[in-house]
Design a binder for this molecule. Structure first.
Ligand code: ADP
Ligand code: ASP
Ligand code: MG
Length: 411
């Protein structure tokens, strides 16, 4: 018996039969004597539709109103699941972000959770009431609704689990665990039984959208055991059928490369003819940071004449219009500087803790891509990851070839 936080993603609550299925899963856990807090996403496709409505009005919108619009999807599913639980004789109520409250900062569109006040929530759960919490949303210090960035319900769930000191956070989705690559692209991908927080963090940060990056960051910091599992299978959560995200030292066998990921959410910006003098990078990246735009891969060339240089970097594809607007203003006084951008790029990464102790891991990646005639535009590395930027059209080919090259294919 314990306290579990169960999170159900968009496909798991896609329609009423799916919500009924979720209610049955929660009822089974309650039947086993667990106390449960449930976190839900919006029905699949709903958030995309809401984002599209905002973009239809304007490409660059007031993110406070955007948050008010896109947070609404989770309100619907939290209420519906509470109703489905009540139908099964389980007392339950819905909680919106502001009702808990889940307090965030005021970076609308990608807010960070600052604190969760659990007193009222704990009282309700203590009285045997199932809590169904709307994921993805919170409240800023000034009282306005915020959202946590796409995929943010994972972070809501881990944050609730940490705040309630839950025994585990089960993330139910449409795959039965974390795989060595996105199973939608690589049909020979293998399910990983246990993965370290650190590898999962790197995998999520470079595109394995099965968990939102911040949720893994938080789980690692707060030591929340996380399980990823399918909501479409009979097996019960308590039997640990999914992938466990845990501390590195509990994993006996470590692969050199544990996974290959891809991300199409990238856009590349190149600035040409920048003066090669101190302070220029700060003048470009400062205003981007001020506008909460994350810059990821960066390369700057050494200029042959020491006068002008080129700078290439990537930003999230959704941030591209705003990035170009900010750069326009930032580059006004940089005479002769020009910018160009492209969104048809994709980032391919290999991740593995074993990389720390083996050499030749990166060169194998470059050789594999070269053999397929795939040109590498930008490269970045960390201790346990190598990422390359390539033309988007080669995404599948690159991921599958690397998956085979590192011996990850299922027998
Ligand atoms: P949910 O709506 O439940 O939050 P998501 O669509 O956000 O689900 O995440 C699940 C999806 O993540 C899977 O359908 C799968 O296509 C994708 N995915 C990408 N990389 C991986 C991976 N390495 N392992 C498992 N799933 C992955
Ligand atoms: N509904 C939100 C999204 O689609 C949050 C989530 O599903 O985690 O991004
Ligand atoms: Mg998700």
């Amino acid at each position: 018996m314990g306290l579990l936080v169960l999170k159900f993603g968009g496909t798991s609550v896609a329609n009423i039969p799916a919500i009924e299925n979720v209610a049955s899963k929660v009822a089974a856990e309650v039947g086993r004597g667990h106390k449960c807090a449930v976190v839900v996403s919006a029905m699949s496709g709903v958030t995309n539709q809401l984002v599209a409505y905002c973009s239809e009005i304007s490409q660059i919108f007031d993110t406070r109103e955007y948050d008010s619009v896109v947070a609404s999807g989770e309100q619907v599913t939290s209420g519906l699941l509470a109703l489905a639980l009540q139908k099964r004789g389980i007392p339950a109520r819905s909680w919106l972000g502001w009702q808990v409250p889940i307090v965030t900062n005021d970076v609308h569109g990608k807010a960070r959770i600052r604190a969760i006040e659990t007193e009222t929530l704990e009282k309700s759960i203590g009285q045997g009431e199932g809590a169904v919490i709307a994921g993805f949303q919170g409240i800023a210090p000034d009282g306005r609704i915020t959202t946590l960035g796409r995929g943010g319900s994972d972070t809501s769930a881990v944050a609730v689990a940490a705040a309630l000191r839950a025994d585990r956070c089960d993330i139910y989705t449409d795959v039965d665990g974390v795989y060595t690559a996105d199973p939608r692209i690589v049909n020979r991908a293998r399910k990983i039984n246990k993965i370290s927080y650190e590898e999962m963090l790197e995998m999520a940060s470079v595109g394995a959208k099965v968990l939102q990056t911040r949720s893994v960051e938080l789980a690692m910091k707060e030591k929340v055991p996380v399980q990823v599992l399918s909501s479409f299978e009979e097996a019960a959560g308590s039997d640990l059928p999914g992938t466990l995200v845990v501390d590195e030292d509990t994993i006996v066998e470590q692969e050199v490369v544990s996974g290959v990921t891809h991300s199409r959410d990238e856009a590349k910006v190149t600035l040409r003819n920048l003066p090669d003098v101190p302070g220029v990078a700060a003048r470009v990246f400062g205003p981007l940071a001020d506008n909460s735009i994350n810059v990821d891969m960066i390369v700057q060339n050494v200029s042959p004449d020491k006068a002008k240089t080129d700078l290439t970097f990537t930003v999230g594809r959704a941030d591209l219009p705003k990035t170009l607007e900010v750069l326009d203003a930032a580059m006004k006084d940089l005479e002769g500087a020009t910018s160009e951008s492209s969104a048809d790029v994709s980032k391919i990464s290999i991740i593995g803790i074993g990389m720390r102790s083996y050499v030749g891991v990166a060169s194998k990646m470059f050789k594999t891509l070269a053999e397929k005639g795939i040109n590498i535009q930008v490269i970045t590395t960390s201790e346990i990851k190598v990422s390359v930027l390539i033309a988007e059209e080669y995404t599948e080919l690159a991921v599958r070839s690397l998956h085979t090259a590192y011996g990850l294919d299922q027998e």
